[in-house]
Design a protein around this ligand. Structure first.
Ligand code: 3PG
Ligand code: MG
Length: 398
């Protein structure tokens, strides 16, 4: 995939429309997790340092029309704190308020426009709305990988209805480079860990990954459906019975392709899902009728780590157990620690992503020790399905 290179952009004195993903978690009107802002901060300061007029463009939440609770104003204040320079705010993302705020900008200034989703044209990908947005800038830079799976005005039509030269920003480029390294030019053998609660959302992903990896490690609630597909009793565990045939298909496909699917061999079970309830370790063919599987057991952990030790590349989405509840975070934490150590030793290139996954890796304190961690949720998953995201497509050079 070929893109324009931001190094070549002459931004001095230009109005740079910088699409970012400011859809950050908030509590009591304050940003409670600024990871996404920290990721885009280098692009913001670089463009400002080069003399661009940096105009931030983003959606926030899922408002139906203008809604003070979904204003980006408090987020703009947090950006100012993080980039350590003033960030002004315009109460609309198009029209007179936006235009007046932009007219006042000097080279190197940073302005944040109000939530694009206050206009229905954003999610409808309306061409007229996109033209209004595009008219505010001279060049377009997209640093919102985590929103790239949405085909909305501020990240797709804004490019296709205008003549704005479009560049991936630094954070977007890092995500794209990591995906390319994981899937197009990886060092083999490649392993993938796919965990999380449900298969239903990850069927396409599993099918695609089988074509790309030597070993597919399945964890989390999803694994229970696979155990059921192998004829094992799973007690009261989460299990998507209607997807047992789909799980069987995936097992058969793996076999015909000569890929290894790794399922748990033992499990930590309890009688209810809560922190620190009595639990025990059982082999997966001895799950009792009232047992709930809440984590992988020690033999499974050991085997997963041995697979990773003989792999060169890892893609990881989804935790192994009910990691929000101690001690059922143990499997995820032990594997995460092993991944971090193998990565630091130069033996494994490790990519992880997805909302829950990042939360689990943060809990294991390994986030900064992996090769690349994506904060994207849906966009990361759709990329793993092998799709070129609409927000990425518009940035491609012919
Ligand atoms: C995200 O946070 O996942 C992206 O910003 C997309 O938001 P959406 O799921 O509301 O479209
Ligand atoms: Mg989302």
């Amino acid at each position: 995939m070929r893109f324009r290179n931001l190094d070549d952009a002459d931004v001095k004195g230009k109005r740079v429309l910088l699409r970012v993903d400011l859809n950050v978690p908030m509590q009591n009107g304050k940003v409670s997790d600024a990871t996404r802002i920290e990721e885009i901060a280098p692009t913001i300061t670089e463009l400002a340092d080069k003399g661009g007029k940096v105009i931030l463009l983003s959606h926030f939440g899922r408002p139906k029309g203008p809604d003070p609770k979904a204003s980006l104003r408090p987020v703009a204040a947090e950006i100012a704190r993080i980039v350590k320079r003033p960030v002004t705010f315009a109460e609309d993302c198009v029209g007179p308020k936006a235009e007046a705020a932009i007219a006042k900008m000097k080279n190197g200034d940073i302005l944040c426009l109000e939530n694009t989703r206050f206009h229905p044209g954003e999610e409808k990908n309306d061409k007229e709305f996109a033209k209004q947005l595009a008219a505010l800038g001279d060049i377009f830079v997209d640093d919102a990988f985590s929103a790239a799976h949405r085909e909305h005005a501020a990240n797709t039509s804004i490019v296709t209805v205008s003549n704005l030269p479009a560049y991936p920003g630094r954070a977007m480029k890092a995500e794209l480079d990591a995906l390319e390294k994981a899937f197009e030019t990886p060092e083999h053998p490649v392993a993938a860990i796919i965990g999380g609660a449900k298969i239903s959302t990850k069927l396409e992903l599993l099918g695609h990954l089988l074509l790309k990896v030597e070993t597919l490690i399945i964890g989390g609630g999803m694994a229970n459906t696979f155990l059921a597909a192998q004829g094992k009793a799973v007690g009261k565990s989460l299990c998507e019975n209607d997807l047992v045939p789909a799980a069987r298909d995936i097992l058969a496909k793996a076999k015909s392709l000569g890929r290894e699917i790794v399922l748990p061999v033992d499990a930590v079970v309890a009688q209810k899902l809560a922190a620190n309830v009595p639990s025990r370790v059982v082999p997966v063919d001895q799950i009792g009728a009232s047992d709930i599987i809440l984590d992988i057991g020690p033999r499974s952990i050991e085997y997963v780590i041995s697979v990773l030790a003989r792999s060169k590349t890892l893609v990881w989405n989804g935790p192994f157990g009910a990691f929000e509840f101690e001690p059922f975070d143990n499997g995820t934490i032990e594997v995460a620690e092993a991944v971090a150590e193998l990565t630091e030793a130069g033996r494994l290139v490790s990519f992880a992503g997805g909302g829950d996954t990042v939360a689990a890796l943060n809990m294991a304190s390994v986030t900064g020790r992996l090769s690349h961690v994506s904060t994207a949720g849906g966009a990361f998953l759709e990329s793993l399905e092998g799709k070129t995201l609409p927000g990425v497509k518009v940035l491609l050079l012919p």
